[in-house]
Structures are given as structure tokens and as C-alpha cells.
Design a protein around this ligand. Structure first.
Ligand SMILES: [Zn+2]
Length: 393
């Protein structure tokens, strides 16, 4: 049976002088491109092109020689989109399908050792994932702002539809050696329930991210269909290996321990700095140091305890608990997740409410920033990763 020829909408370029063909059961996908451009980026393709175009029986299509490639049409297409700078790969930031797309493109990029193209893809993927506390904060704030904006505009697409997805980038980074994105991606997964599978949550609309790669992703359509809460967090859990999951599990224990120790470090400000009624500040700081937090590690329990749940003895503390309950305890958004970066961010936002003098507030803020730096520096060790050496040239 002959496959039906299909010309690609944008990658069948009339001025091209060679036709690349990838087949599946039903179709022969045709990409008309420029031999000189291909050889510029992928010199190792020269043999393939030569043997296909200089044999005795050269097949032609539309006046140009045809070269069959054994890869799938999505892989060939992704590769050519990187070559020609089309659409997703290095034009669109923070696309939850970017890592899946990059993995497709890297099949040919790796096979033909196209270093410039690899650097382009790695740079694009790397730019979506924080490499420092500053970048983490910026992304965290942007996500919050997007949730608030979506609420304001009464939008119904989950905000995660416009942010990169962690499990697929972990798979990509592990398979194609891009270690710089791993700490942030693993940390992101800490806040995602294992019950929330990206694909399963979106099954109703028939949108499989893998299936839709061939024709481009319509994330807005997925969002409209999904009937998901705005701030739902999910991941493509099926892409993780047993090793990935084990790494995450043991890291959560370590992160929990870090969370438990944060208050002591954050609310430790020397008495000598104080410009207010020193006794009041120190009493307040001591109170905050002594508060216990319970990180609930069982994230699969429906209605798991909210973030920052605290227990402490004493009448005075009980009265205070009401105040803190208002912030932490009754808020359904603040679930327990052992993410020390998010916890520090929460503490930072509460600084004006602590009733401290300006200098002591500054001291607490300084401590929060310092702890963020420490946690961030330790993430590779916490997740059992080699020290992330940036491969972003
Ligand atoms: Zn003070």
C-alpha cells in the first residue's frame, strides 16, 4: 500500500532543493527544505543526503530529490522547526509541552551531533527553569499573579497551562543530560499530588499532549475543556522512572526536616539590632521561633492538613492561634507541602504582621533571604543530583 503524501504546511518551502520524507502507516510526510541549510547545522547529514541523491535511481518529488528518514514525522518536524526557528521550540516561553517537543527535536539533533541546535534547545528549556533564588521568586510571583488575574477575569483555564511542566522536563534533562534544570523541576514536583496526573486530568477532552504534537498544541482549548481549578497542580507522573520517584520521596523527608528548622533560623535576630521596645521584639521573635509546624507528607489524602498548621501549648498561644489560624489554618489554598522555598516566601510576606520594629523586620527579611540561598544551594544534594553544572552555553 502506498502512503498518501502530505506536504507540511510551513516546512514544505517552495525554494527548497531537497525533500525529506518520514512515513507512518497512512501517510508520507514531506518537508521541502534547503540542502545548504541542513548541512550548515548538521554536517553529519552529508552522507545520508549524498547517498540518497547521487545513486543511480534517485526518486524525485515535485522536481526535487527525496530522502527517506527512518525517524517519525513528529521527530523530523521538531528537528526542522529548530533548524528554521519555527513555532514552539525556541519562540515560545513557558509552554507545558516544550520539554516533550524538545525531546522529539533532540532525537535527530543528537543523532547528527548538531551542537549549535542542541545549545539552542537547551538554552530555551533552561530559560524556563529558575537557576537561582531570585529566578525562583520571580517565577513563583508570576504564577501567583496569574492565578489572581485569572480569578479577576473569571477565566476557567488552569494557570498551569501556561507554565512549564516538571515531570516532562525531568525526563528530558535526564535523557539528554541537561542537569541545570533538575533542582527547580524536582522542587516543583514536591508541591504536586501524585493523584494529579496531567494527562488523566485532561482525558475528557481527548487532548493527548503526545498526539497533538504533530499538529501543534492548543493549550487554551485544553484549559477550557478541563474543568479544573485555576490553581490545580499536576504533572506527567508516568514519565518518571522508579529512580526519579525514589529520589523525590527521600528528598521530601529531607525537605520536611529543613522546613521544621526554618523558624529557628529566620526568627533569630540579635537584641542589639533592635530600635523598638527590645523586650517586645524579642518576646515576639521567641514566640515565632517556638511555633511548631506540621508538614503533612501524605499528599494523597484528600483534605490533607493546610500549610503551616501549628501546635503549641499555653493559654496565650491558644489566643494567638486564632489569629494564625485565620492565615494558615483555614485557608484551603495553603496545603502542607514540604517546600522550604515556598514556606520562606510565605514568611516573608507576613513580616509586616509580626509586630516587630523596623530593624528587627529587616533582620528577619535578611534571615529569610539567607535561608533561601542556603536551601537553593543544597537542592542538588537534597535531590541526590550531581552539582548542577550549567550546560547553557
Ligand atoms: Zn526590634
Amino acid at each position: 500500500m502506498t502512503e498518501r503524501p502530505l506536504r507540511h504546511r510551513t516546512l514544505y518551502i517552495p525554494s527548497g532543493d531537497i525533500v525529506l520524507r518520514a512515513k507512518d502507516e497512512n501517510y508520507a510526510y514531506l518537508y521541502r527544505v534547503h540542502r545548504a541549510t541542513l548541512l550548515h547545522y548538521a554536517p553529519k547529514l552529508a552522507d545520508v543526503l549524498q547517498s540518497a541523491t547521487e545513486s543511480d535511481s534517485v526518486e524525485e518529488y515535485d522536481g526535487a530529490p527525496v530522502v527517506d528518514l527512518p525517524e517519525s514525522q513528529t521527530e523530523v518536524k521538531a528537528f526542522l522547526e529548530v533548524v528554521y526557528g519555527n513555532e514552539h521550540t525556541h519562540m515560545k516561553r513557558q509552554d507545558p509541552g516544550a520539554a516533550l517537543f524538545a525531546a522529539k527535536a533532540l532525537v535527530l539533533i543528537t543523532k547528527y551531533d548538531c551542537r549549535e541546535l542542541r545549545a539552542r534547545v537547551v538554552r530555551h528549556i533552561g530559560a524556563d527553569w529558575p537557576q537561582s533564588p531570585r529566578e525562583w521568586l520571580a517565577l513563583h510571583q508570576m504564577r501567583r499573579a496569574c492565578v489572581e488575574t485569572a480569578k479577576f477575569l473569571a477565566e476557567d483555564a488552569p494557570v498551569e497551562n501556561i507554565f512549564p511542566e516538571p515531570a516532562s522536563v525531568i525526563r528530558l534533562a535526564q535523557d539528554y543530560d541537561i542537569p541545570s534544570v533538575l533542582p527547580a523541576a524536582y522542587l516543583e514536583l514536591v508541591s504536586v499530588s501524585r493523584k494529579n496526573d496531567w494527562d488523566a486530568l485532561r482525558q475528557g477532552g481527548g487532548h493527548s499532549p503526545f498526539a497533538s504534537l504533530g499538529s501543534g498544541l492548543d493549550w487554551d482549548a485544553i484549559g477550557r475543556d478541563a474543568r479544573l481549578p485555576l490553581d490545580v497542580r499536576s504533572a506527567r507522573w508516568s514519565l518518571l522512572t522508579r529512580d526519579d520517584k525514589a529520589r523525590l520521596k527521600s528528598a521530601k523527608l529531607e525537605l520536611q526536616a529543613r522546613c521544621m528548622g526554618l523558624r529557628k533560623a529566620v526568627f533569630n535576630v540579635p537584641r542589639g539590632n533592635c530600635t523598638g521596645p527590645s523586650l517586645d521584639c524579642q518576646t515576639e521573635l521567641k514566640f515565632h521561633r517556638g511555633m511548631k509546624m506540621v508538614c503533612d507528607m501524605d499528599d494523597d489524602l484528600p483534605g490533607a492538613a493546610p500549610f503551616g498548621r501549628m501546635g503549641y501549648p499555653g493559654q496565650l498561644e491558644d489566643m494567638r492561634q486564632l489569629v494564625f489560624d485565620g492565615r494558615y489554618y483555614t485557608s484551603r489554598e495553603k496545603r502542607v507541602k514540604p517546600d522550604p522555598m515556598a514556606l520562606l516566601q510565605d514568611l516573608f510576606e507576613c513580616v509586616p504582621d509580626y509586630g516587630l520594629c523596623q530593624r528587627c523586620c529587616d533582620g528577619v527579611r535578611y534571615n529569610i533571604a539567607r535561608e533561601m540561598q542556603r536551601i537553593w544551594a543544597d537542592l542538588p544534594a537534597i535531590f541526590g543530583l550531581p552539582q548542577a553544572i550549567s550546560t547553557i552555553a
